[in-house]
Each structure stands twice: as C-alpha cells, then as structure tokens.
Write a protein that binds this ligand. Sequence first.
Ligand code: NDP
Ligand code: 8X3
Length: 251
Amino acid sequence: MNKIALITGATSGIGQATALKAAEAGFDVIITGRRNDRLQELAESICQKGADVLPLAFDIRQSGEVETAIRNLGGKWRDISVLVNNAGLAVGVAPIQEGVLDDWERMIDTNVKGLLYITRAVAPLMIARNTGHIVNLASIAGKEVYPGGNVYCATKHAVDALSRAMRTDMLKHHIKVTNIAPGMVETEFSIVRYKGDKEAADKVYQGMTPLTNEDIAETIIFAITRPAHVCLNDIVIMPTAQANSRDVDRK
Ligand code: NDP
Ligand code: 8X3
C-alpha cells in the first residue's frame, strides 16, 4: 500500500510541486489550501499520475476547521506517514514602527499558529502508529534577519525552534522532523508579500536566477525517502547567486 503524505499550501508554489512529485514518488496525497478550485485542478493532475488524492479546503488559521478536517479523515487517510507543513506567507516589508497589524496577524496566525494547529491534529495519528515524518518549511529568514523582514523573520525563527522542539518531543515515537530553510524561490510568495504588485515582486528576482518550486520539492522528496534510520534534520538551500539574506549577485 502507498504511504500517505499530507501537504499544506498545495494550491501554489512549493506545496503544489511537492504534491505532484510525492505522487510520482509513490505516495498517495492529501492536499490542502483555501482555494478549492486550485485543489480540484491539482487533484486531477495527481490522479493522472496514478496516485490517490484527497483535497481538503480549509483555512489553517482556524483551529476548528483544522481539527474537523483531520478528525473526519476516514479509512486509510488517517494513516498519514508524512506531514509537510508548507502553508505560509510574508505580507508587507514595513519597518516595525510602521507595521500593519493585520499583516502581522496574518503571518503569525498562518506561519506559527496554523503550523501548530495542524501538527497538533496530525501528530497523534503518527504516534499511534509509532512512525512518521514532519517536514517544516522554515526559511533562510529563520536563520537571519534582513531589512523589512522583521515579523516574517520572527515567524520563521519560530518554525526553526519548533522543528527542534518537535524533534525532542517526537523522539521516543520514532517520528522524524526535517527543517527546510530555502533562500529565494520564485513562486507566488513575493506577489503575496507585495500585495499583488507584480512589478515589485518581479524586482526581487531581477538579474539573478532564483530557486524554483521544483528544486525545493525534489529536496523534500529526497528527505522523505531516506531509510528509516536516517533523518535529515536541517537543510539550508540557496540559489547559487545568493550567499545569505542580504548578499545577492545580480547582473
Ligand atoms: P506561495 O504563495 O506560492 O504558496 C503559499 C501556499 O500557502 C498557498 O498554497 C496558500 O494557499 C497557502 N496558504 C497561505 N495562507 C493559508 C491559509 N490561511 N490557510 C491555508 N493555506 C494557506 O508561496 P511558496 O510556495 O513560496 O511558500 C511556501 C512556504 O515556503 C511558505 O511557508 C514560505 O514562507 C516558505 N518559503 C518560501 C520561500 C520563497 O522564496 N518563495 C523561501 C523560504 C521559505 P491558499 O492561498 O489557497 O490558501
Ligand atoms: C522567503 C525567503 O529571503 O524572502 O522565506 O525571506 S526571503
């Protein structure tokens, strides 16, 4: 029987590519996100690859919606082997003294609280089977800070800390925890950060070659297909043209 991977934020970018590559790698997949039309489209593509797929539309910031979605899983779908905590976003680049409270709340509620809600709901299913793998999408923003990054960086530092905390809590249950910290990946990320301003979003990647969603998806698939005794704890993955959050080689 195929293993099951649950991927949050599968309607776009890294999550979408990970869902497709997981299906190619022999997983059946639960795909989640708020945009149901995109989930249905992706489900069709996954079916065409011969994998079973379960689309679940919910807002990860709503603890009740998250709990209900996981509680209502039936049959084999409860046997989740891999949870990819990918849903997340940056909103705005204002300095703290000019910060927009709604932007802060969206980032904290999604990147930290949402990740916690779904992990709290799924981890007991893994613990009951004494096996599992949690992959958390942190960021280079979880290792460093940069101008305009403030609250986004704080949320990703929190994810980095939670990866280490989960590894401790899950140790005796044989559940692996992998923290993934990418640099610049061209997805809808910057369009969301700049609130739909495509020109500002494009500028982020001007004159350099960023990572693609597929680069990160391949890394995740590599991590989740290691032998049972091997856990990749922490992976920092950058474009060759990016040394750290501030140093980018642009032509
Ligand atoms: P995208 O904007 O392309 O995808 C983000 C995904 O998160 C979407 O599927 C979106 O689905 C989902 N999401 C956002 N808010 C919610 C919510 N409230 N409830 C449910 N799902 C939600 O960005 P990326 O693919 O680039 O980002 C994926 C992860 O990778 C994020 O955690 C991001 O911080 C991290 N990351 C990204 C980097 C980059 O440069 N792109 C670098 C390092 C880390 P929907 O809108 O349908 O709900
Ligand atoms: C996204 C990468 O450098 O914009 O996490 O923070 S960065």
